[in-house]
Design a protein around this ligand. Structure first.
Ligand SMILES: *Cc1c(COP(=O)(O)O)cnc(C)c1O
Length: 408
């Protein structure tokens, strides 16, 4: 039944909609930039030269293909499904984000742009963007909330080492949402020579589509690799969902395969209560934020609610519009993992496999730990390990010390 409903290649429609979600809710001045970008992207995606160039840099610069690793110890310890990890953590700069950044920077070059702007929250997208700008000789300005700059000082230094200018944003909560507003303001004034690299499958059309497409390589490789390893498709696939880019890239090739269960895992934070989490499908509802219509955590009056997660990369009030659409169709299911689950899962993966996962990715691991024992030993689960955890080690140490009652 599902396979009849889903025509993934036709989405979004010409106006950027995934069913009722998505679209282009921006001021008139930005409309021109977005239309130019949509046209340029449509041409590039059909151009074999562009695809060839992208493939080349994904290979020689980012380190693709990434492995699909059979987590034998993890599978045995949990005593259920055979678990495979897609190793996006092994990419240059430590996460899947470089896939999208390389795609967009090559597109910007094609458009003759010489300056790149981006927003960043935790700093991972900023680092990937600054890195690629160094490589391609582009001027680079990163907008970042001052509160985030304080919390992620090391990433700020990384960006500066790569020659980027990091502009602190002192408006609002001084976090990601405010940085996005500043980046858009810059773009309105500078689009003649500037491209804005948005960091997730979010925002106004064509970003959700374009970012998704640049991450589809994750699922395409996974499909080939699991066929080689097991001779069949997985029974279940799991990925964490912040804006939703690693998850949609991982799932896309499997959307029309009804035998494959797809599960996105959001940030359950301290608890599912207002202000305590970032699980948009638990307590969120439809609204418009920063260019698109989607599921948003908001109060009765439509004010955006504060969010919390132990992982900065999942800590955002809106989810990508394509996820909202597949959730309505019941094609992708959404679960959540709490901060507590995540701390346990982080230590578990370190001990069993010697792999330090990013706290974002650890949400998917936390779900897998609950779910795999319910499955049969001849079933297969693929988990997207979207990034590595080196950046999170000191935060984990701090929280574990607090838990032990040290309070220092
Ligand atoms: C940024 C980030 C995420 C969240 O972003 P998505 O767009 O939901 O993928 C997840 N994992 C890692 C490692 C990240 O850096």
């Amino acid at each position: 039944m599902i396979s009849q409903e889903i025509r993934k290649e036709t989405l979004p429609d010409a106006s950027g909609h995934f069913g009722p979600y998505g679209g282009c809710y921006v001021p008139e001045t930005l409309m021109t930039c977005l239309q130019e970008l949509t046209g340029a992207y449509q041409a590039a995606r059909r151009d074999p030269e562009f695809q060839k160039e992208l493939k080349h840099y994904l290979k020689v610069y980012a380190g693709r293909p990434t492995g699909l690793y059979f987590a034998e110890n993890m599978s045995r310890t949990l005593g259920g499904a055979r678990i495979y990890l897609k190793r996006e953590d092994l990419l240059h700069t430590g996460a899947h984000k470089i896939n999208n950044v390389l795609g967009q920077i090559l597109l910007a070059r094609r458009l003759g742009k010489t300056r790149i702007i981006a927003e960043t929250g935790a700093g991972q997208h900023g680092v990937a963007t600054a890195t690629a700008c160094a490589k391609f000789g582009m001027e680079c300005v990163i907008y970042m909330g001052e509160e985030d700059m304080r919390r992620q000082a090391l990433n700020v230094f990384r960006m500066r080492l790569c020659g980027a200018e990091v502009r602190g944003v002192s408006n609002g909560q001084k976090t990601l949402k405010d940085a996005v507003n500043e980046a858009m303001r810059d773009w309105v004034a500078s689009s003649g020579n500037t491209h804005y690299i948005l960091g997730s499958a979010l925002g106004a059309h064509p970003f959700p589509m374009m970012v998704r497409d640049f991450h589809r390589v994750i699922g395409a490789e996974t499909r080939r690799q699991i066929m080689e390893a097991e001779g069949r498709l997985p029974d279940e696939m799991v990925a964490c969902v912040g804006g939703g880019s690693n998850a949609i890239g991982f799932f896309f090739e499997f959307l029309e395969e009804p035998s494959v269960r797809l599960v996105g895992v959001e940030a359950g934070g301290y608890a599912i209560a207002s202000g305590q989490h970032a699980a948009r499908f638990q307590g969120g509802r439809m609204g418009v934020l920063q260019g698109c219509k989607t599921y948003i955590l908001q109060d009765e009056d439509g004010q955006i609610e504060p969010t919390h997660s132990v992982s900065a990369g999942l800590d955002y009030a809106a989810v990508g519009p394509e996820h909202a659409y597949y959730r309505d169709l019941e094609r992708i299911e959404y679960a959540f993992a709490s901060d507590e689950d995540v701390l346990e899962a982080f230590q578990f993966l370190c001990r069993t496999e010697g792999i330090l996962p990013a706290l974002e990715s650890t949400h998917a691991i936390g779900y897998a730990m609950r779910r795999a024992p319910e499955m049969d030993p001849d079933q297969i689960m693929c988990v997207n390990l979207s990034g590595r955890g080196d950046k999170d080690v000191s935060e984990v140490e701090r929280v574990l010390k607090l838990e032990k009652g040290g309070g220092q």
